[in-house]
Design a protein around this ligand. Structure first.
Ligand code: CUA
Length: 322
């Protein structure tokens, strides 16, 4: 009977591992996490199949005949069985604990030489600061094959950083700095997803993540430096797309956010003072049909004076056109 159950268990476990259930694993950490995941899952499938197989077999083999009104044999316990079904799960749980502990230690240990990117979450956008090059961007860029420590902070409520292909997921919590390590193993474009319900724009709180070769990464950094040094309305447009577009629609910038007012409508005919005030003190004037305290009041601090000026210049110019 146990043999039947064991055979079913092995068959089901094979089906489970032969189907690609998980997204691609594109970081060194992801491969290790997947190994733990499958270790636990295969044990679960095998035990479930064993128990279900034995139960179904017993129901079929030992069912009572229609005219059988006996009480059944007077059985009281089976010490051998009880020892086995206590000892085996205890051994499995211990094995899972030890294996998980080893992997957790491996993926959480900050190596001596490593890069750092400071990640800030706020309703409803991510921003990334690269202390090595003093660059700030709405995009996460990492060189392939190097371990980077992401230091996470939140300005308003709890957000959570997640790139499915890297598996690593960590909350960004106001008032403290949390961290997560990632060692990307594949070049390409990925999506940073906020995976903690953080308000109206939660579902839109996404950012692009690029994994570059070393040379492409250096080029990206110098391009970003050039962009940061640029002023005027072109720089303002870039800033708008990165920091405002997920909540506001603006045809000129090609953004379609719906959390805040449609700027093609509310900016028509407005001057620089109004635009400036609306950015640094969003509650000063609320567009009809919208709630106060949805837009963060932190842009006055988080943007440099030059950035704020570029943004205002761009928006006033765009408002004049519409
Ligand atoms: Cu930020 Cu959800």
């Amino acid at each position: 009977m146990v043999l039947v159950g064991a055979a079913v268990g092995v068959a089901l476990a094979l089906v489970a591992v032969l189907i690609p259930w998980l997204p691609p694993a594109d970081s060194a950490e992801a491969l290790k996490i997947d190994d733990v995941y499958w270790f636990v899952t295969i044990i679960c499938i095998a035990i479930f199949a064993l128990v279900a197989g034995v139960s179904l077999y017993a129901v079929w083999k030992f069912r009572a005949a229609p005219d059988d009104t006996d009480d059944g044999a007077p059985i009281h316990g089976h010490t051998g069985l009880e020892v086995v079904w206590t000892a085996v799960p205890a051994a499995l749980v211990t094995a899972i604990t030890i294996y998980s502990g080893i992997v957790l230690n491996q993926i959480d240990t900050v190596p001596k030489d490593h890069r750092v990117v400071e990640v800030t979450g706020q309703q409803f956008a991510w921003s990334f600061h690269y202390p090595d090059s003093n660059v700030t961007s709405g995009v996460l860029a990492l060189p392939i094959g190097q371990t980077t420590e992401l230091k996470l902070q939140a300005k308003d409520v709890i957000h959570s950083f997640w790139v499915p292909e890297w598996r690593m997921k960590e909350d960004a919590v106001p008032g403290i700095t949390t961290n997560v390590l990632v060692t990307p193993t594949k070049e390409g474009t990925f999506t940073v997803i906020c995976t903690e319900l953080c308000g109206l724009g939660h579902a839109l709180m996404r950012a692009q993540a690029f994994v570059f070769s070393e040379a492409d990464y250096e080029k990206w950094v110098s391009d970003e430096k050039a962009k940061a040094a640029a002023t005027g309305s072109a720089a303002g447009k870039t800033l708008f797309t990165q920091q405002c577009g997920s909540c506001h629609t603006l045809a000129d910038a090609g953004t379609q956010g719906e959390v805040g007012p449609d700027l093609d409508k509310v900016l028509a005919g407005k001057d620089a003072d109004f635009v400036h005030e609306s950015i640094v003190n969003p509650n000063a004037e609320i567009a009809p049909g919208y709630q106060p305290d949805v837009m963060p009041g932190t842009f006055g601090d988080s943007l440099t004076d030059a950035q704020l000026q570029s943004l205002v210049e761009y928006l006033v110019k765009t408002a004049g056109k519409s």
